[in-house]
Design a binder for this molecule. Structure first.
Ligand code: HEC
Ligand code: HEC
Length: 155
């Protein structure tokens, strides 16, 4: 009987430890994160960042806009450009948001972005500007690019 109790307690304690660790891992936290040209703090190029970087996800910072820029010519990442979000197609309307691409080709932000009725993404690298023909209602760029459609081209 005593022995059964001891085993039972051991099981309970390990269960408790497991759930508390898991909870910590899953919660992550919404620290402010913003990519900048030249920085190299990011990882997981090409993956949908918001699989983890959202509430309940475990990534540090809950991203509002994030993704990875590639070169159409050779499929390698394109660092240090810009991603712009306009209210109209082909860079028309007003510029609602800009985020810099880091040295790994990733961009990410936890800043509030108002997608309203949809925003039109543009990638900028040197003289090259690429326009997404349709508006997006959220910033999970790699949820489509590299999955249901080609990667985001930067040049
Ligand atoms: C599979 C889950 C997962 C995915 C997908 C993921 N991340 Fe993370 N990310 C994490 C975790 C966990 C951390 C915190 C621990 C660490 O730094 O590795 C983190 C940390 C970070 C940090 C903070 C590093 C620091 O030192 O401050 C940045 C920036 C970041 N991720 C960017 C991205 C970008 C951009 C993408 C998409 C291209 C992405 N992550 C995709 C899980 C993920
Ligand atoms: C709902 C899915 C989806 C999301 C989310 C999405 N895109 Fe797109 N994007 C597409 C599709 C589909 C095309 C058109 C592909 C084609 O026909 O070549 C496209 C095209 C583009 C192009 C033009 C590429 C070229 O051929 O020059 C750019 C740039 C782009 N997207 C950037 C982004 C950025 C940046 C984000 C995040 C803010 C984003 N997209 C989010 C689906 C998506």
């Amino acid at each position: 009987m005593k022995r059964a109790m001891i085993i039972w307690c051991a099981v309970c304690t390990s269960l408790l430890m497991l759930t508390s660790c898991e909870k910590e891992g899953n919660e992550g936290s919404n620290e402010a994160k913003l990519s900048s040209n030249g920085s190299a703090e990011s990882h997981n190029m090409g993956q949908n960042c918001m699989d983890c970087h959202q509430k309940g996800g475990g990534g540090e910072g809950w991203f509002t806009v994030a993704g990875t820029i590639y070169s159409e010519a050779n499929n390698s990442t394109v660092p240090n450009g810009l991603v712009e979000l306009y209210t109209g197609p082909n860079g028309t309307g007003s510029l609602a948001y800009t985020v810099e691409v880091d040295s790994r080709g990733n961009f990410y932000s936890t800043e509030k972005v108002n997608f309203g009725g949809g925003l039109y993404p543009v990638t900028v690298k040197g003289q090259s500007r690429r326009f997404m023909p349709d508006p997006v209602s959220n910033g999970q760029c790699n949820s489509c690019h590299g999955d249901s459609t080609h990667k985001i081209w930067g040049n």
